[in-house]
Design a protein around this ligand. Structure first.
Ligand code: NAG
Ligand code: NAG
Length: 407
């Protein structure tokens, strides 16, 4: 069984993906690109987590907590200041907006912002399932309660406030691209984390601890159909309201991410694939993706007139890993974090969970533009730009949600 390949120690570190570690102060908005309307799209509405948050979490004031020593920079260093984006610069959603000739998407919680060309509802640390539902099964969401349902309610509130009738909402959505995710990764992380050993212990893991951690993994597997269901039903709601173009992204290959690789520290080479990724963890992500694509096929049957794309983050990421050198990345560092304290046994992946990017003693690598991983959890803006290219120009989002003019 796939999960048997996952080293038990892994679960102690899944909390790393809590994605609440990149707080920042609001910064001047990056200049928006201006251009002709592409393929009739005049707005983007986005739901998600830290992969696409452009400033909502920091406006919720939920920063701090487990990573209170984290300061704004070096997040945003490549774009002149921190904005709440979990990267050195821009995210996939920014590159998509730019490609569409639209201004960068403003976060919903930036109340004075211009939402003429869409709204970003994504919140770093957000879950697909409601935090109350997670709490009922003992899973705590530490950073935000702004789950997918909450974001969906924001979307409805926004539509009510800016239109006079459901017909007007449909009119507005005809020319819009709606991104439902990536979201759900945090649900699994929080479920894994709830069974991790108490911090402050001497670091020895008892048999009981390991047993509890494995319980967390199993718990997460049980969550997969529920998480997928919540994503699909959110998509169904926006389609019912009139969306005609919806993109539903899958999960990343978690087994290729430096934070997991460092945490698992598996010495058995059989646990890794040819790209140096953990097979078991990638299978876990693929289990989510397979169910998600099944749900998307059902959606397509229900809404035959709509374009409902699956954005294959998993295979786009793998393609980027495999083509890293020709894409201008440092081929020897594709599984190393750029910003970190490095050191210790984490040096193979340049990742130390005790001192993540931004903490005292951490540093940024000399050429972030040649790295895939920014902080061991999130990607560099260069990697996000490559990902956006693969997804929206090279067919990794299918069917293509946007027909770009040939370049
Ligand atoms: C989420 O909601 C619960 C229950 O109302 C509350 O106790 C908790 O503080 C909230 N969490 C955040 C991060 O706001
Ligand atoms: C990683 O594994 C090696 C070899 O088993 C071990 O010596 C080292 O302590 C481990 N590192 C961590 C951080 O667990």
């Amino acid at each position: 069984m796939a999960i048997a390949r996952v080293h038990p120690l892994l679960v102690a570190f899944l909390a790393l993906l809590l994605l609440g570690t990149c707080q920042a102060r609001p910064a001047p908005r990056p200049a928006a690109s201006k251009g002709a309307v592409v393929d009739g799209i005049t707005a983007i509405y986005n739901f998600g987590d830290s992969i696409s948050d452009t400033g909502n979490l920091l406006r919720e004031g939920a920063a701090g907590g487990m990573m209170e020593h984290t300061v704004a920079l070096p997040y945003g260093a490549a774009i002149g200041g921190a904005t709440g984006r979990c990267s050195d610069g821009y995210l996939m959603i920014d590159y998509l907006a730019k490609d569409l000739g639209l201004p960068l998407l403003n976060p919903y919680l930036d109340k004075g912002a211009d939402f003429t060309h869409g709204v970003n509802f994504a919140v770093t640390g957000a879950t697909a399932l409601d935090t109350a539902a997670l709490a009922r099964i003992g899973v705590t969401a530490p950073h935000t309660n702004s789950s997918l349902n909450v974001q969906l309610q924001w979307f409805k509130d926004f539509m009510s406030a800016t239109t006079k009738s459901p017909a007007e909402v449909r009119e507005k959505l005809v020319n819009a691209l709606v991104m439902v995710g990536e979201i759900g990764g945090n649900d699994y992380n929080y479920a894994f984390a709830m069974n991790r050993p108490r911090s402050g212990s001497d670091g020895e893991r008892s048999v009981a601890d390991v047993g509890r951690m494995m319980t967390g993994v199993v718990e997460s597997m049980v969550l997969v159909p529920k998480v997928v269901q919540s994503v699909i039903s959110a998509a169904r709601e926006v389609l019912d309201m009139g969306a005609t173009r919806v993109v539903i992204p899958g999960n990343f290959p978690l087994g290729c991410v430096p934070s997991y690789l460092a945490a698992v520290n598996e010495t058995d080479s059989a646990a890794y694939d040819g790209n140096g990724c953990l097979v078991g963890l990638n299978l876990f992500a693929q289990m989510h993706n397979v169910l998600l694509q099944q749900g998307i096929r059902e959606l397509r049957r229900s809404y035959p007139a709509a374009t409902i794309a699956y954005a294959d983050y998993f295979n786009a990421y793998v393609r980027m890993l495999e083509g890293a050198r020709e894409m201008g990345f440092d081929g020897s560092a594709v599984t190393k974090a750029c910003c970190s304290a490095g050191g210790g046994d984490g040096s193979k992946y340049n990742f130390d969970m005790e001192r993540m990017c931004g903490a005292p003693g951490t540093a940024v690598c000399s050429r972030p533009e040649e790295r895939i991983s920014w902080d061991g959890v999130h990607l560099t803006q260069r990697a996000y730009s490559v990902m956006a290219g693969l997804l929206y120009h090279k067919g990794f989002a299918s069917p293509p949600p946007v027909k770009f003019p040939r370049q």
